[in-house]
Design a protein around this ligand. Structure first.
Ligand code: SF4
Length: 282
């Protein structure tokens, strides 16, 4: 049975969410005495060395486009909703085991359809999916269980290496910062940001996969066309309000699976066809 994201979110902070503290806003000490407010006429850039702020760039029509994508995603019936990584860990397992399962399903998910990842996770969980059980498993058995996920031979190697590091360096848990997560073999930035979100309930950045990368370029949500997902992440984080960073991955992945397909997007069924710069090209 697959688990919902909420279960682990609830447990995240109890597991010592150092990352949230790192990313949180430090509290400002209160002044001990009240001070009189003084009105000061102030115009930045007039001999005070302060540069006038440039107007912040944001894409045309993005709010309307976003609203319409929300509408198209209203039924939550894309593969990612049913079988995404956030659904593939065992919600009855101890928090540390759940976090390990989240990381493992993320590693399995790259270049792999959600259905295939979900089935592989189910087979692994039937054998008891923990750091110790994976370390005790030989490579051939692990390969047989995870097959046919994409690049399964490489993933066997990375899973074994990463799991050994988790055991030795992190006491069997997963690290709680993006910087440490991306040091693990087979873990890239997208996986690290999703792991921070799902396993630690901490929004560290936008998780940009192939769907988010493609769709945001089609909608011109990046000032200049980007070539790689990491470039896209940086470009999006520059203007997209932070409170949307978590939602955007889920929203666009499902939209990319159902409507804005990689090849032959279904523009005629898309509510954004009149305000999408890419609509006429397909
Ligand atoms: S109009 Fe076509 S290209 Fe534009 S967002 Fe919709 S499906 Fe994608």
């Amino acid at each position: 049975m697959c688990a919902g994201r909420a279960g682990l979110r609830r447990l995240g902070p109890a597991g010592g969410n150092a990352a949230s503290q790192t990313h949180g806003t430090p509290s400002i000490p209160r002044r001990s005495r009240r001070r009189k407010s003084i009105a000061i006429a102030y115009e930045p850039g007039q001999g005070d060395g302060v540069e006038p702020q440039r107007p912040r760039w944001e894409p045309r029509d993005w709010q309307e486009q976003l609203e319409r994508i929300r509408e198209m995603r209203r039924n939550r019936d894309a593969p990612v909703d049913e079988m995404g990584v956030q659904k593939c860990y065992d919600s009855s397992a101890p928090p540390q085991v759940m976090r390990y399962q989240v990381l493992l399903s993320l590693m399995l998910s790259s270049q792999t359809k959600d259905q295939v990842t979900s089935a592989a996770m189910l087979r692994l969980r039937q054998r008891g999916l923990t750091v110790d059980s994976v370390l005790q498993m030989d490579d051939a058995t692990l390969g047989q269980i995870i097959y046919p996920v994409g690049f399964w031979r490489n993933k066997v190697k990375y899973i074994k290496q990463t799991t050994a590091i988790l055991k030795q360096k992190y006491g069997g848990d997963i690290p709680s910062t993006v910087e440490e997560l991306v040091q693990l073999p087979g873990v890239g930035p997208k996986m690290a940001h999703l792991a921070m979100d799902i396993a630690w309930d901490s929004v560290s950045g936008i998780a940009v996969d192939t769907h988010v990368h493609r769709i945001t370029n089609r909608l011109k949500w990046v000032q200049k066309e980007t070539k790689y997902p990491e470039e896209t992440r940086v470009a999006l984080e520059d203007w997209l309000p932070r409170d949307l960073w978590r939602e955007i991955n889920w929203l666009l992945v499902g939209f990319g699976q159902q409507t804005c397909l990689p090849v032959n997007p279904r523009c005629s069924q898309c509510l954004n066809q009149d305000i999408c710069p890419a609509a006429k090209k397909h």
